[in-house]
Design a protein around this ligand. Structure first.
Ligand code: EPU
Length: 337
């Protein structure tokens, strides 16, 4: 139903001051149908929002915001195929699947946000991404309310990327995700720092132990959005050519470099930002986190313009110092890229 309260500051984890032109809470498919019809009538663009953990919202949003609260979770078969509604919270889902003995999602513990938002940026952490566990994504088209389903291949997943950021950007509202879990998938524990927190004997490592280790690692490094408002990694790790990575490594010993496919390498943006001198710096109430330079924290600045000004200054200095382009990771609505 159409909501009188249109303030979004409590509905985005960066806690940016923002007001929507219209806002509907979506508790059912009927609510969604109604809200899309209203948006078509008003001519406002539709902005679906989960927990608001990967967005930068401008102060005035000329959009009809849909707060996706669709709930529910059911097994589609006995072999780990699970349908989860878009409004379910991601971390409790991971905790539950791991506790039930299913493997696949354990490395993705404690990632903020909803299930419906997860495929958009193909969430990933500690050597795992969501993509291989997606069987299908269900959505409705904004233009006409028709349901559409996409197979994993159709989602065109990449590093922090999917079709929902390109051809289907602003075209669909994700309503559910089908996940394929496993009973016997080998665990992924090769990420630096993760292996050290687990039993020495590989056979003794359980999915629950991996989950617990990831939770501990994240709690140690990444700020809790409830205490220090943030949107996780603010930049993607830049992917460059093998030649550029080798040149940079020769010039900057200690630069962390990871495989990123044939002839490509991924650089640690947090390292580049720290080396450029930004760690812990605060401007106009927005800070580069003192423990993790990839995370920007709102300390009272409260506005998208201030967040994006700091991000632009960081990107500019990394470009000047290393010749590397940083790309903003969260989606910016109503301002910026
Ligand atoms: N590093 C620094 N200084 C910093 C931060 C990092 O030197 O201030 C170095 C670290 O020492 C390490 C390397 O950079 O050698 C990588 O750091 P880290 O392991 O913390 O991971 P990340 O590359 O910064 C990515 C994801 C995170 C995910 C972690 C763990 C992206 C954009 N970010 O961060 O995802 O949790 O790996 O897998 O890919 C998110 O997307 O919001 C997010 C938190």
């Amino acid at each position: 139903m159409l909501h009188a309260e249109r303030q979004l500051q409590r509905r985005n984890t960066l806690r940016l001051r923002s007001r929507a032109a219209a806002l509907s809470v979506i508790d059912s498919p009927a609510d969604l149908e109604r809200a899309l019809a209203e948006a078509r009538q008003s001519g406002l663009p539709v902005l679906p929002l989960g927990e608001g953990s990967n967005v930068v919202l401008a102060e005035e949003l000329a959009a009809h915001v849909l707060l996706l609260r669709l709930r529910g979770c059911r097994w589609l078969d006995r072999r780990g195929l699970l349908r989860v509604a878009a409004g379910e919270s991601w971390h409790p889902l991971v905790a539950w699947t791991v506790a039930c003995g299913w493997r696949g999602l354990e490395n993705l513990a404690l990632i903020p946000g909803t299930v419906g938002a997860a495929p958009v940026q193909n969430i990933g952490a500690y050597g795992r991404e969501l993509a291989p566990f997606v069987h299908a994504v269900h959505a409705v088209r904004i233009a006409d309310g028709e349901p559409v389903s996409l197979s994993r291949a159709a989602c065109r997943f990449g590093y922090r990327d999917s079709i929902f950021k390109h051809a289907l950007r602003d075209r669909v509202v994700i309503t559910a995700v089908d996940l394929q879990l496993s009973r016997d998938l080998p665990l992924e524990v090769s990420y630096p720092g993760l292996r050290d927190r687990l039993p020495a004997a590989i056979e003794a490592i359980t999915p629950q132990a991996v989950f617990d280790a990831v939770v501990a690692l994240r709690r140690g490094k990444l700020p809790d959005p409830l205490r220090e408002p943030n949107a996780g990694s603010f930049f993607k790790n830049p992917v460059v050519s093998l030649e550029q990575a080798e040149d940079l490594q020769a010039a900057c010993p200690g630069l962390p470099v990871f495989e990123a496919g044939e002839g490509r390498r991924k650089l640690a943006a947090g390292w580049l930002i720290e080396q450029a001198g930004w760690k812990g710096i605060e401007r106009e109430g927005i800070a580069v986190h003192p423990r993790h330079a990839l995370v920007l924290v709102n300390r009272g600045g409260d506005s998208a313009a201030r967040v994006l000004a700091l991000a632009a200054a960081i990107a500019e200095s990394v470009r000047a110092r290393f010749g590397v382009e940083l790309e903003i990771e969260p989606r910016c609505y109503g301002s910026g890229p």
